[in-house]
Design a protein around this ligand. Structure first.
Ligand code: YSA
Length: 345
C-alpha cells in the first residue's frame, strides 16, 4: 500500500477544506474526501485484504487521516457559517432603553370595590354576594314590594324571559335582595357590605346607566342595639376615609318599602366641603343613595321572628362615588370600554 499517497490525500484534503469559501463547495469536498466513494474510504475498505504486517502500519495511518480530515471539515464548516453571518443585522445595543410589554390592570370600579372592602373589613364587616339574575321574590316580594304595587315602578326593570318557570326572574335592580339571602342563612348580630352589579331599564344620561354598581350595607342586632345614629356614624367614618377628608352625612325622609323610617342619603360636597359649588349645584350636598331601618316584614321574609331584631341598611351608587372621587363628568364612561379612559387609572 502506498503510504505516501495516503499522506498526500491528507495534505490535499486539508488544503481544499481550508480554501473552501461556500457551504456548497464544502459539501462537494466532503463527498470527495470523506464520502462513501472517496479514495480514502476505498483504502479503508481494502484494509481487510492486506497482510497482517501492512495492516499494522496502514490501518492506524488511514484512520488518523480520516479523523484529521473530519476535523478540518468541521473547522471549515464553522468558519464558513461565521463568515456568512450578517453581524451588522445581529448587532444588539445593550444600552438601548427596554421595551415593556403592555400590561392590563383592574377596572377603576373593581379597584374601588377593593378599596371599599378594605375599609369595611377594617371595621369588622363581612362581605356578601348574590346572583345578578334574581327571582322576583328576592328582588321585590321579600323586600315588601307586593305584586302590582306601584313602588315597583320606582325601579325600571329588565325582566328575564321566564316562560315555563314557576317564578319570574329579573336582572337585579339593586343589591338589596342580598339582604334577604344573607339573613336566610345567618343569625344576628352581623354586619356586612354587598358590592355588586345592578341593572335598570332606563334611558341613559350623564348620571344614569343601564348597568351600574351599588354597594349595600346591612347591620343587624337584637332590638335596641342598632340605631339610626350607628348608620350615620358608620357612614361618616367610611366616607371620610374614602375621600380622605372630613365628610358629614345628611338623611332626608324618603320612602323605600323595605325600610321604616327610610332616608335619602346625602354627603357634604367633597369638592367644596359644603359651601356650595357647581358640582353640588350650590346646595353643598351630594345625593348618593337610599338608607333606613330594616322593615320588620323583611326580617319576617327572611324567617326571623317579628320584633326580635333591629338593623340599618343602605344602598349607594358606586359610579356616583367614583365620579366624585376621580372627578368624572359622565357615568357612561365606566362601561364604555374606551381604553383611553380606562388607562388613566
Ligand atoms: C335603600 C334603603 C335600604 O335600606 C337599602 C338600600 C336602599 C337603596 C335602594 N335599594 C335603591 O336601589 N335605591 S335607588 O334606586 O335610589 O338607587 C340607589 C343609588 O344607586 C342611587 O342613589 C344612585 O347613586 C344609584 N343609581 C340608581 N340608578 C342608577 C344609579 N347609578 C347609575 N345609573 C343608574 N341608572
Amino acid at each position: 500500500m502506498d503510504t505516501e499517497r495516503i499522506r498526500a490525500i491528507e495534505e490535499e484534503g486539508k488544503k481544499a477544506f481550508a480554501e473552501a469559501d461556500s457551504e456548497e463547495s464544502l459539501r462537494e469536498l466532503e463527498v470527495r474526501f470523506l464520502g462513501r466513494k472517496s479514495e480514502l474510504t476505498g483504502i479503508l475498505k481494502g484494509l481487510k485484504d492486506l497482510d497482517a504486517e501492512e495492516k499494522r502500519t496502514v490501518g492506524p495511518l488511514v484512520q488518523g487521516v480520516r479523523v484529521a480530515l473530519s476535523e478540518a471539515f468541521s473547522a471549515a464548516a464553522e468558519r464558513i457559517a461565521r463568515e456568512g453571518r450578517d453581524w451588522e443585522a445581529e448587532r444588539i445595543d445593550v444600552t438601548a432603553p427596554g421595551v415593556s410589554d403592555p400590561m392590563g390592570h383592574l377596572h377603576p370600579i373593581t379597584s374601588l370595590i377593593h378599596e371599599i372592602e378594605d375599609i369595611f373589613t377594617g371595621m369588622g364587616f363581612g362581605i356578601a354576594d348574590g346572583p345578578d339574575v334574581e327571582s322576583d321574590f328576592y328582588n321585590f316580594e321579600a323586600l315588601n314590594f307586593p305584586a302590582d304595587h306601584p313602588a315597583r315602578d320606582m325601579q325600571d326593570t329588565f325582566w328575564v324571559d321566564s316562560d315555563g318557570l314557576d317564578t319570574r326572574y329579573v336582572l337585579r335592580t339593586h343589591t338589596s335582595p342580598v339582604q334577604v339571602r344573607y339573613m336566610e342563612t345567618h343569625t344576628p348580630p352581623f354586619r356586612i357590605i354587598v358590592p355588586g352589579r345592578t341593572f335598570r331599564c332606563e334611558s341613559t344620561d350623564a348620571t344614569h346607566e343601564h348597568t351600574f354598581h351599588q354597594f349595600e350595607s346591612l347591620v343587624v342586632g337584637e332590638t335596641g342595639s342598632v340605631t339610626v345614629g350607628h348608620l350615620k356614624r358608620v357612614a361618616e367614618t367610611f366616607f371620610s376615609e374614602f375621600f380622605g377628608r372630613s365628610i358629614t352625612v345628611r338623611l332626608r325622609p324618603s320612602y323605600f318599602p323595605f325600610v321604616e323610617p327610610g332616608f335619602e342619603f346625602d354627603i357634604s360636597c367633597v369638592f367644596c366641603g359644603g359651601k356650595g359649588c357647581p358640582a353640588c349645584k350650590n346646595v353643598g350636598w351630594l345625593e348618593i343613595g337610599g338608607a333606613g331601618m330594616v322593615q320588620q316584614k323583611v326580617f319576617e321574609a327572611a324567617g326571623y321572628p317579628r320584633g326580635k331584631y333591629q338593623g340599618f341598611a343602605w344602598g349607594f351608587g358606586l359610579e356616583r362615588l367614583a365620579m366624585m372621587k376621580f372627578r368624572i363628568p359622565d357615568t357612561r364612561m365606566f362601561m364604555s370600554g374606551d381604553l383611553r379612559f380606562i388607562r388613566q387609572f
